[in-house]
Ligand binder design. Structure first.
Ligand code: AMP
Ligand code: ZN
Length: 135
């Protein structure tokens, strides 16, 4: 298995860890977007959120919330983004489930931008129906 996060999870590759339990390891991002940027990594290999059992996803976000509180206190940041990318187009570069905990400070260089999509209200209502039908 050549997955970098599997190797980190089983200790084959070193990492700076801040939290660990039976299912997750939380490590400092090697290329942080801000000081305090960490990653909640699942110990088992799931490429993305869709491959994971929902109970484990729920636990992952509970760990993210707990660690985000500690990051907030440790960094005295102004806010925190909790991000989880699925698929290359969504910015995923490591195809092993992880959650970013990204502290934000006034004037930082992080750029998370939602470009406006020009949708008519009818289109929004239609896609809402399509989504409901898939649940
Ligand atoms: P994503 O783009 O959501 O897949 O995020 C992958 C993240 O993993 C990036 O922010 C990388 O900087 C980080 N990363 C990649 N390799 C390592 C590593 N060996 N240790 C810690 N973080 C890593
Ligand atoms: Zn993996």
């Amino acid at each position: 298995m050549s997955c970098v996060f599997c190797k980190i999870a089983n200790g084959e590759i070193p990492s700076i860890s801040v939290y660990e339990d039976e299912s997750f390891k939380v490590i400092m991002d090697i290329n942080p977007a801000n000081l305090g940027h960490c990653l909640v990594i699942c110990k088992e290999h799931y490429a993305n959120i869709f491959e994971m059992p929902s109970e484990l996803t729920a636990k992952a976000f509970a760990v993210a919330k707990k660690v985000a509180g500690a990051v907030k206190e440790a960094t005295d940041c102004d806010g925190i983004n909790i991000l989880q990318n699925n698929g290359e187009i969504a910015g995923q570069t490591v195809f092993h489930f992880h959650i970013h905990i990204l502290p934000r400070v006034e004037g930082d260089l992080v750029n998370i931008h939602f470009g406006g999509f020009n949708a008519e209200e009818d289109m929004i209502k239609q896609i809402a129906e399509d989504i409901k039908n898939k649940l």
